[in-house]
Write a protein that binds this ligand. Structure first.
Ligand code: TTP
Length: 229
């Protein structure tokens, strides 16, 4: 049965502080976040929550992801507001397993994507301010804590090639500069610590092929799952 946001908040309030280990998986577009999540989904005591890209592609019949790429000045704020809501759902969703892995977080939407859109002139200052007010309200009042961030670190060239190959229709117009800017913002946040960091960061070089990536995930299993299993 579907649970609404109000029930989730009430549930959290009644249950009190959580004892779960929550990990957010971060990295540029095409860095391999879904691959990592699919790998860990096979563990019994791990709950994997993937980013709801399909929801963004169909909001009561409207493809917001597509609108945002086609006309960012008009749609970036609307899109990011919706992303923020769906991210909040991932953070708050109650799970029964001891470990919860989530694809991205409220934080990367804020410090990488929104920052990039604002700096690039795709969001106006009033739009940015309204978004940040919402962000502050959410992060100050709800339990959206994460315990570990896994950063899949890539070269912008590499992800550009992967994005071209996977051919998600909305993404075919993404210019190289956009990926370079997003890369720089991930680096500023996760390596240079220029914005608040909600948890320690495990950095994995994610430029290699699939086979090497699976090996790497296995080597780091106990760190990623906090040896709770
Ligand atoms: P990603 O969150 O980077 O997901 P992905 O499917 O590319 O991940 P991976 O290949 O590593 O498994 O982005 C999904 C799409 O949504 C992408 O086109 C970028 C866009 N996006 C935004 O524009 N703003 C946001 O805040 C987020 C989170 C994504």
């Amino acid at each position: 049965e579907k649970i609404g946001l109000a029930e989730i908040c009430l549930d959290m309030f009644e249950k009190g502080p959580k004892s779960k280990f929550t990990v957010s998986i971060e990295g540029n577009i095409g860095s391999g976040k879904s691959t990592l999540l699919q790998h860990f989904a096979k563990f019994n005591d791990v709950e994997v929550l993937q980013e709801p890209v399909d929801k963004w592609r169909n909001v009561r019949g409207y493809n917001l992801l597509d609108l945002m790429y086609k006309d960012p000045c008009r749609w970036a704020h609307t899109f990011q507001t919706y992303v923020q809501m769906t991210m909040m759902e991932l953070h708050l969703k109650p799970t029964s397993s001891p470990v919860k892995l989530i694809e991205r977080s409220l934080f990367s939407a804020r410090y990488c994507f929104v920052e990039n859109l604002f700096r690039g002139g795709k969001m106006t200052e009033p739009e940015y301010n309204v978004y940040c007010e919402w962000y502050n309200m959410i992060t100050q009042n709800l339990n959206v804590d994460v315990d570990l961030i896994v950063y899949l670190r890539t070269d912008p060239n590499k992800v550009h090639e992967r994005i071209r190959k996977r051919a998600r229709s909305e993404e075919q117009t993404i210019p190289m500069q956009y990926l370079e800017d997003l890369h720089k913002l991930h680096e500023d946040w996760l390596i240079e610590k220029k914005h608040p960091l909600p948890a320690p960061v495990l950095i994995l070089d994610a430029n290699e092929n699939l086979c090497s990536m699976y090996k790497k995930f296995e080597e780091h299993t106990s760190e990623i799952l906090c040896q709770k299993l």
